[in-house]
Design a protein around this ligand. Structure first.
Ligand SMILES: NC(=O)c1ccc[n+]([C@@H]2O[C@H](COP(=O)([O-])OP(=O)(O)OC[C@H]3O[C@@H](n4cnc5c(N)ncnc54)[C@H](O)[C@@H]3O)[C@@H](O)[C@H]2O)c1
Length: 296
């Protein structure tokens, strides 16, 4: 990727998993402001340079950012929003937690808007449209594009839809200046350990389609940050990209990311996991189990 002048990028949820995948690439390229509740990862290792700050305190019951937080947003060109509180997605109570996440997103968009930030890139999720996975599995749908109306049957997905749409309100420009907004519907950003899928060949096939390698994720994020113009076909600076590699088994479209920002993923789960696929799937029965690994 060509060298670019260093810009200031603020990362929320900077001690989290998604930020952790991307921090090496971001540290190389940008001056960073890292914000999180805590300065350590889940495994207890320290993350350099994190400002410990509870964003929820400024979002609860309305919008009241402290001067300290406002200061952190000053001079920032792009925000990468990853702060997130995990919810119990499928119970009625999941709503309250996800509503808190939506309030957090509002705080971030509005502060960015008020403090002259040019672009907000949001760690969204494929779950914004996870309802379609049934039709995708049983052949009623071949491939899902980010332009399809988003539907989810759980609060996690609902929360992602809510803050994707909220981002559109800020991007549309009716509030004043349009804010550039990119939503990354991240797929499966992890090593696919075959042993975890022993009785779940459907899940294994799914994750082979949903997988994104670290270097492809970093490329997608950097291009989302740096693309000079992210206007959609109607002139609104708003994009939703699926975050997956160049997977042979892909069932979400990344055509718009290729076109709008030149995303050119280098990896394909079919190649990376070729040995596992041969051992586990070729000749597997139809009962959902993978081939027996014992003795192989
Ligand atoms: N991990 C995945 O596989 C995956 C896949 C798709 C999408 N995503 C999305 O990416 C985003 C980040 O997920 P993650 O896996 O990194 O989660 P994570 O829990 O590892 O990280 C979230 C971070 O946000 C911080 N945080 C929470 N509340 C905060 C607050 N009030 N103020 C400041 N910081 C706060 C947490 O301390 C944590 O470090 C989420 O929106 C998630 O839905 C993740």
């Amino acid at each position: 990727m060509p060298d670019t002048p260093r810009r200031r990028v603020l990362v929320t949820g900077a001690a989290g998993y998604i930020a952790g995948i991307n921090l090496p690439a971001l540290r190389q390229r940008y001056d960073l402001t890292l914000v999180d509740l805590r300065a350590t990862r889940r495994d207890g290792t320290a993350v350099d340079g994190v400002v410990e700050y509870d964003l929820a305190a400024d979002a609860q019951g309305g919008y009241h950012p402290s001067d300290r937080l406002r200061q952190l947003f000053r001079g920032v060109v792009t925000v990468f929003h990853c702060a997130y509180v995990h919810s119990d997605w499928t119970t009625l109570d999941g709503y309250a937690t996800e509503r808190g996440n939506v309030d957090l997103a509002y705080l971030v968009y509005r502060l960015a808007y008020e403090e002259g930030v040019r672009r907000v890139v949001v760690a969204s999720s494929n779950h914004a449209a996870d309802w379609y996975e049934g039709p995708l599995r049983d052949g009623r749908l071949d491939v899902l594009s980010p332009e399809s109306p988003p539907y989810s049957a759980n609060w996690y997905g609902w929360g992602k839809v809510a803050y994707e749409q909220m981002g559109f309100v800020f991007a549309a420009g009716a509030l004043g200046r349009p804010l550039d907004v990119v939503q990354l519907r991240i797929g499966a950003p992890r090593t696919l350990e075959a042993a975890r899928y022993r009785d779940n060949s459907v899940g294994y096939r799914r994750d082979l389609g949903a997988w994104i390698s670290d270097r492809d994720f970093q490329q997608l994020l950097v291009k989302s940050i740096e693309a000079p113009d992210i206007k959609n076909e109607f002139g609104v600076p708003f994009q939703i990209f699926y975050g997956i590699s160049n997977n042979t088994r892909a069932f979400w479209s990344i055509r718009n990311a290729r076109r709008a920002i030149g995303y050119a993923p280098q990896d394909d789960s079919e190649v990376t996991y070729a040995d596992d696929i041969r051992r586990l799937l070729v000749g597997a029965d139809q009962r959902g189990r993978l081939n027996d690994l014992s003795g192989s």
